[in-house]
Design a protein around this ligand. Structure first.
Ligand SMILES: C[S@@+](CC[C@H](N)C(=O)[O-])C[C@H]1O[C@@H](n2cnc3c(N)ncnc32)[C@H](O)[C@@H]1O
Length: 357
C-alpha cells in the first residue's frame, strides 16, 4: 500500500437475489445522484457527470454481478484516476452488495489527512444517517413526507386506506364539468383519478419526483387529453397564476408542512373569488395510531379543530369552518376489509371547509 492510497469498502447483506439487488440498487443510486446534481448513465460505457465534469466512466457492466468505474475525483488533477467496483455476490440465497473504491487518497497528502477525510466524510455521515433522528426523518420522507422508491410507489398507486378521505373531500367539493381543481401533495394521483370522473379539469403539485411521475402514469389519459397537469413543486410556491382555479384540495399533507399558513395563503392566491377548498386535518388524536405511526408521528404537526380553523383565518379565508365527518361508511364503500373498519370509527375526522371571498 502506498502511503496515502487505500481501498475504501462498504458492504451490506441483502435478502434479495443478485439480479434484483442490482436493479434496485442502480435505480436508487441513479435517483439519489440526480437529486444531488450528478447524472449517471447506468449502462455499458455510461458516464457519471457533475455539470460539465466527468467524474466517472463505466468500464465494466455485468447486470446482476458487477459494475466497474474509472473515477476522477478532482477537476484540478484530471490525470488522477481511481477505480470503483460495485459487486453483487450470491450468499445464502441472498446477495452481498459491496462498494469498493481502490487507490483512494493520492491527493490527500498523508495518512493523517486520509484518516481525517474518512472520519469526516464517510464515518460521520454514515453514523448520522443511522442515528435515531436522521433515520426517523429519512423513513418519514421515504414513506409519507416525500415518498420515493418502489414500495412507496406501490402504496400510493392505490392507497385504499386514504380513499375514505378522498370520498369526503369529493362529496364536499361536489365537482362539475365547469370546475378547475388544484390538488396540493397529490401523491400517486389516486384522488385526482376519482375527481376527474366529474368531467372537471385539474392540476396538481407534489414535491416528490417519484409521486409526480406516478400521478402522471396513473392519470395517463387525462394528461394526454390536456385535462390534467402534474408538476413537481412545493405547496409554498405554486407555479400557477392568481385566480386560476375554482376549487382546491389537500389531503394527508397538512401535518408535514413547516409553514401551513403560507401553504394555505398560496392556495387562496390561486383560487378565484368564491373558490372553495377542502383540506384534511391533522388530528392530535391520530398521533401514534396506524394513521400516524412512528416515526412519522414525531415528524408531524397536529392541530386541534380550533387551531386548524385559525390557520385558515390567518391565511385569509374569512369563511372557514372545521367539520367532523364519519369515515366508516366510506371505508365500507371503498372495500376496506371488515377487520380494519374499526380504524375508521370514532368521533369523526376533521376537514377544513373554506371559501375565498
Ligand atoms: C402522506 S402523502 C399523501 C398523498 C396523497 N394526498 C394521498 O392522500 O394519498 C403526502 C404527500 O404530500 C407531499 N408533500 C408533502 N409536503 C409537501 C410540500 N411542502 N409541497 C408539495 N408536496 C408535499 C408528499 O410528497 C406526499 O406525496
Amino acid at each position: 500500500m502506498e502511503a496515502s492510497r487505500t481501498t475504501v469498502s462498504i458492504s451490506i447483506e441483502l435478502a434479495l437475489e443478485p439480479i434484483v439487488s442490482f436493479d434496485v440498487f442502480i435505480e436508487e443510486l441513479t435517483a439519489a445522484l440526480t437529486q444531488s446534481g450528478m447524472s449517471f448513465e447506468a449502462r455499458e460505457n455510461g458516464r457519471i457527470t457533475e455539470g460539465e465534469f466527468e467524474a466517472g466512466r463505466v468500464i465494466a457492466w455485468k447486470p446482476g454481478e458487477l459494475i466497474q468505474l474509472q473515477w476522477h475525483q478532482a477537476d484540478w488533477e484530471t490525470e488522477e484516476a481511481t477505480y470503483v467496483e460495485m459487486r453483487f455476490e450470491p450468499i445464502n440465497g441472498g446477495t452481498r452488495a459491496t462498494l469498493e473504491h481502490r487507490g483512494w487518497g493520492g491527493l490527500l497528502g498523508g495518512p493523517g489527512e486520509l484518516t481525517g477525510w474518512f472520519a469526516r466524510t464517510v464515518a460521520a455521515p454514515f453514523l448520522q444517517a443511522t442515528s435515531p433522528r436522521e433515520f426517523g426523518s429519512w423513513l418519514t420522507d421515504r414513506r409519507a413526507r416525500r415518498p420515493s422508491g418502489a414500495q412507496s410507489r406501490d402504496i400510493y398507486r392505490e392507497p385504499l386506506y386514504h380513499y375514505p378521505n378522498f370520498r369526503v373531500i369529493l362529496q364536499e367539493l361536489a365537482l362539475s364539468r365547469d370546475d378547475y381543481l388544484i390538488e396540493v401533495g397529490c401523491g400517486g394521483g389516486a384522488m385526482l383519478s376519482e375527481a376527474l370522473n366529474s368531467g372537471c379539469r385539474a392540476a396538481a403539485v407534489d414535491h416528490s419526483p417519484d409521486m409526480v411521475q406516478l400521478a402522471r402514469e396513473v392519470n395517463h389519459d387525462a394528461v394526454a387529453e390536456g385535462r390534467l397537469e402534474v408538476i413537481q413543486a412545493s405547496a409554498e410556491h405554486l407555479p400557477f397564476a392568481d385566480a386560476a382555479f375554482t376549487c382546491a384540495a389537500m389531503t394527508g399533507v397538512l401535518g408535514f408542512l413547516p409553514d401551513p399558513v403560507a401553504a394555505l395563503r398560496e392556495l387562496r392566491r390561486v383560487l378565484v373569488e368564491g373558490g372553495r377548498i377542502v383540506v384534511l386535518g391533522s388530528d392530535p388524536a391520530l398521533k401514534g395510531t396506524p394513521a400516524a405511526p412512528e416515526p412519522m408521528a414525531s415528524h408531524l404537526r397536529f392541530y386541534e379543530d380550533d387551531e386548524f380553523q385559525q390557520l385558515a383565518v390567518e391565511a385569509g379565508f374569512a369563511k372557514a369552518i372545521v367539520v367532523r365527518r364519519d369515515l366508516e361508511p366510506f371505508a365500507r364503500q371503498v372495500g376496506v376489509p371488515e377487520e380494519h373498519l374499526a380504524l375508521f370509527a370514532g368521533p369523526g375526522t376533521s376537514f377544513l371547509l373554506a371559501q375565498k371571498s
